[in-house]
Design a protein around this ligand. Structure first.
Ligand code: GLU
Length: 421
């Protein structure tokens, strides 16, 4: 492809990763653009009334990567960094993630360029509803199913569902996932990504012969993914020695008190103010010695600069795209030193349970929590086994193995179906 609307560092990252995998799989040049470039991209202007009486317009996007396996699926992000390139990269990653987990979806992602923490609750509701309203012609339970991502939550999903339903004249629970239970959500969705991260870390520890009770963890990002990953790892006996969010970073090699952390987050909603003693520079946190490092915040935090200095045994990618291709090459050169749980495997718990939510909504039949987690762990176990087996067999990094499995699934579906999807 000579020119496209997709650009920027995050899109470039998704493209480079794909090229590496396509080279490894010897995918013909002719087939590459069709696998990489999104099928559809939608850009919308979302005007809302601000509380001070002004009208302001926010830019919103939705990228649907491919339609080959079923509807598209993926989160909606409210963040100042959002642009079409970032959203496209995240949609592409969703495709490989869903394919690796065996879900009948293509990838999608959406977002609004906004700092949601600078909006009042009324403004946030107005913007969420307006965004969904603009998207109504392009989404549907069998077309494209949204979910939460950075800066959005269950309440935003409830507003999305309600706005779509008002338009249809009936309740359509299955239009979005990650909803509150009272709006047709599933048990376990809120905890799914974090608990999935902890499950896979547990498997990696077993693989390396490290008892969970002897292990230490540092978690970057304390939103829905990072916080639940921290609590679940602590329940497994892992010592949490470092945490950070956009307000503060804390590190104590002797262990942080997780019960106190939980209490503080419940009271204040952010890490700032947790303790005055264990404060650390956020960029320093990533390179402290630990067994498990969990980047669970934003993209491109493990880079060509700091990858040489990581002192962890397991890198568990709770975030999407935390590791740049330069960092990947360095980690690969470091050989077996660091066991990478790549994002499309490590954080797949969220979309897997979103799939369960969609299935339950379509069937109007709801499962018990034990069933949700039992099925989740079975899928994660299969993906974990497939990834490490393929990596070993082909002598390739875990990320390349996981992506190769995902890309192969999409590629063979495209081959059997033809050019349309
Ligand atoms: N936003 C999440 C992700 O990046 C969840 C997507 C979903 O549940 O559809 O995987």
């Amino acid at each position: 492809m000579s020119r496209s609307i997709y650009s920027g560092p995050v899109f470039e990252m998704a493209r480079q990763q794909f090229v590496r995998v396509a080279d490894h799989l010897q995918i013909h040049e002719m087939d590459r653009d069709r696998l990489l470039y999104p099928k559809r991209a939608i850009a919308v202007s979302c005007p809302i009334h601000r509380d001070d009486g002004r009208t302001e317009v926010f830019q919103g996007y939705r990228v649907q990567h491919h339609l080959t396996l079923g509807p598209t699926k993926g989160g909606t992000r409210f963040a100042p960094s959002v642009d079409i390139g970032e959203v496209a990269a995240l949609a592409i990653w969703m495709s490989w993630k869903c394919a690796l987990a065996g879900l009948p979806y293509g990838g999608a992602k959406g977002g609004i360029t906004v700092d949601p923490y600078k909006l009042s609750p009324r403004e946030l509701e107005a913007l969420s509803r307006r965004y969904m309203q603009e998207m109504i012609p392009f989404v549907g339970p069998h077309t494209d199913v949204m979910a939460p991502d950075m800066g959005t939550n269950e309440q935003v999903m409830a507003w999305f569902m309600d706005t779509y339903s008002m338009y249809q004249g009936q309740t359509v629970n299955e239009i979005v996932t990650g909803k509150p239970i009272s709006a047709g959500g599933t048990l376990g969705r809120r905890e799914a990504t974090g608990r999935g991260v902890a499950y896979l870390v547990g498997r990696a520890l077993e693989h390396l012969g490290i008892p969970a009770g002897d292990a230490t963890a540092i978690i970057q990002g304390f939103g829905n993914v990072g916080s639940i990953a921290a609590y679940s790892l602590a329940e497994r006996g892992v010592k949490i020695i470092g945490v950070s969010d956009h307000t503060a970073a804390y590190y104590d090699p002797a262990a942080l008190d997780v019960a106190e952390l939980k209490g503080h987050i419940t009271r204040c909603g952010q890490l700032a103010g947790f303790s005055s003693q264990s404060l650390i520079e956020p960029s320093e946190l990533l390179v402290q010695k630990c067994d498990i490092l969990v980047p669970a915040a934003i993209e491109r935090v493990i880079t060509g600069e700091n990858a040489t200095h990581l002192k962890c045994r397991i890198l568990a990618e709770g975030a999407n795209g935390p590791t740049t291709p330069e960092a990947d090459s360095i980690l690969h050169e470091r050989g077996d030193e660091i066991f990478v749980l790549p994002d499309i495997l490590c954080n797949a718990g969220g979309v897997i349970v979103s799939y369960f939510e969609w299935v339950q909504d379509l069937q109007r039949l709801f499962w018990e929590e034990a069933e949700v987690f039992d099925r989740l762990y079975r899928i994660l176990e299969r993906s974990f086994q497939q990834t490490i087996t393929r990596a070993r067999r082909e002598r390739i990094p875990h990320r390349m193995a996981a992506m190769a499995i995902g890309v192969n699934v999409v590629q063979s579906a495209k081959r059997t179906r033809g050019l349309f999807p």
